[in-house]
Design a protein around this ligand. Structure first.
Ligand code: KMH
Ligand code: ZN
Length: 282
């Protein structure tokens, strides 16, 4: 059976210690959480960073510090900076971590309501600008889609070469304002992907482990972590990202999927960029 990649989204931009005291803010807390996730089988860390007081930032310096600290604790792991940042940030702000030449980064493929008056804005021009910036640096985009219509946008950009394949999608399901997390919706999304695509399933909140199971059953990959869900089971807060990854790995194992190493993940996702930590990997 194909190997399965587990991504850990260890802190996100929105969730705070008031929601779960184990959410990492400082460089050390972020690196420690990354290590806990890697120890349980995560081969990709989807990374947002914070100021020490928890304020989300896209500062390249802060990303650099966190990336170095994570690499020291988890040699070889794939680190995927977010270019989504937090809703309301400017494009220039969001693009900053790309200057660090990561192997991969998230690319959000449409605008959606984010609850209340908040809108997460990704116009067609924004998506194009971010994709071209990633292409010019040979950064593999992870295509974040929050609804079916966003897959149409990706298909259009693939056709005209603005997004370069083979595409890797992250199906983010259950966001307030996006597609839900039901089996029907999952089937609809995976049935809409191009044949050469790989995909990760991300379930928000109570959908986290259900989507993990659906993705594992259908040849996809899994994302878990505090960015998406703070509970290990209903009403019980998770003690760490490691606990969430451990549970995801168990689900994958029960379905006869074997966890991919970071090197295997690079292979599966056609990540070819030589990253700054190549020497450490060899
Ligand atoms: N924090 C959200 C507004 C991404 O990382 O690319 C956007 C987000 C998606 O988390
Ligand atoms: Zn994110």
């Amino acid at each position: 059976m194909d190997k399965i990649i587990i991504t850990a989204a260890i802190c996100g931009a929105e969730v705070r210690k008031e929601h779960n005291p184990n959410i990492p803010y400082t460089v050390k807390e972020i690196a420690d959480e990354a290590r806990r996730a890697c120890d349980e089988g995560a081969s990709i860390i989807h990374l947002h960073v914070r100021e020490d007081d928890g304020t989300p930032t896209q500062s390249a310096d802060r990303f650099r510090e966190c990336i170095e600290a994570i690499k020291a604790q988890c040699p070889g792991v794939i680190i995927q900076p977010s270019t989504g940042g937090a809703a309301g940030m400017s494009n220039a702000e969001r693009l900053q971590p790309l200057s660090l030449e990561p192997e991969t980064a998230s690319l959000d493929c449409g605008t959606l309501n984010f609850g209340g008056d908040t809108i997460f804005v990704n116009t067609e021009n924004t998506i194009k600008q971010f994709a071209l910036e990633m292409n010019s640096r040979s950064i593999k985009p992870e295509l974040e889609v929050f609804d079916r219509s966003m897959i149409n946008t990706v298909l259009k950009f693939l056709k005209i070469g603005i997004i370069i394949g083979p595409p890797h999608f992250n199906l983010v399901m259950g966001v307030n304002g996006g597609i839900g997390g039901s089996l029907q919706e999952f089937s609809f999304l995976i049935g809409s992907l191009p044949l050469n695509a790989t995909f990760t399933g991300t379930g928000i909140g109570r959908y986290q482990f259900q989507i993990a199971a659906m993705a594992a059953m259908t040849g996809g990959h899994i994302r878990v972590g505090f960015e998406d869900n703070i509970y290990i089971r209903p009403k019980i807060l998770a003690g760490s990202n490691g606990e969430l990854v451990e549970k995801a790995a168990k689900i994958a194992g029960l379905l006869n999927r074997v966890i991919a190493s970071p090197e295997e993940a690079r292979d599966i996702l056609s990540i070819t960029k030589e990253s700054a930590d190549d020497e450490k990997r060899m």
